[in-house]
Design a binder for this molecule. Sequence first.
Ligand code: GAL
Length: 377
Amino acid sequence: MKKNGVPLNPGATSPRPSPPLRGGAGEGVACLQFGRFIMKNLFARIRPVKLTVAALSLGWVFLPYPASARPQTITPGEIWPDNRGQHVQAHGGGILKHGKTYYWFGEDRSQGLSRSNRYVACYSSTDLAHWTFRNQVVKISDPENLGRGWVLERPKVYYNAPTKKFVLYAHIDDRRYKFASVAVFTGDKIDGDYQYIKSFRPLNHESRDIGQFIDDDGTAYLIFEDRPFGFRIAKLSKDYLGIEKEMCLIPQHMEGGALVHYGGLYYVIGSALTGWSPNPNKYATATKLEGPWSEFKDIAPPEAHTYGSQSTMMLKVAGTKATTVIFMGDIWKPWTQWDSRYLWMPAEIGGGKLHLPEPKAWELDVKTGEVAIKKSE
Ligand code: GAL
């Protein structure tokens, strides 16, 4: 199945084509629009937006800042240079906060890597804006003999306190996406080399895109897309090497599952099954993970196709003054994957509503949790 020359993932009923590993064609219309938006804003003078009632009710504070100081700026859709000046390679990624440091793990799709191996990179940051490359924590060659074009996607890392192990989950598959399983790796050091342990189908169900969720009480969950049924939220076992039990099946055919617990409600986000092409991501809420879940609603104007991105995680930053929830999405470039970008924006969230604002450069104070969104003139 193809659209605009870009391979798509099928819906629940059709087989899934193999994605390109490297290449060179276009993206969806929304992505082009987003590109234009970025270009327009790139050359515009940036100034802070006005303090609004809506912002106050969301706990956001728009801070004045000197034009010269751009310390913690996150600019959606642009190249995100690490400490070496190289674009961060952490696609389909996840964040683990360990101590005071955030660690960002994701697919390393750098150019020039061996085509038979798959790689996961790890970066660290204390402000979520400046990222230091730590290590290629996974570099592995086809552990399940899945053949050419095998897939290792959407890595997520948990810390298991009882065993003192870092446990990395990823989606592992063959090029036709029929294996539909999770791979589990463990490591003794958060940014050390991870060892492959096994692959399995969680609760014996198909599992493609995975998401990670750690609740406020520290309980760890895996979200996984189960093509015939929808997507599931499952509690990890004591050592995190398996699944303890299913919390719920959400009978909606969605992937890129992400979850956050905010203001007494769980908010789940997912994208439609359109492969690398962006689509309108949606959210639902529940007071308990078991549900019942509300109906799904758009997180942004549907025609914006999530501003060209696809959800991968929601990160809650609880500061001394405000709690900010960051929507983390990937802007995929299927034919030049190493150049895929990130769309991180603070979500407008609360009272059962979640909205992804139009992407703009913004700053975050991780200590206070406050956000300053910049506005182009
Ligand atoms: C997307 C999925 C990505 C990748 C891609 C391949 O739907 O979210 O992680 O699997 O399909 O087509």
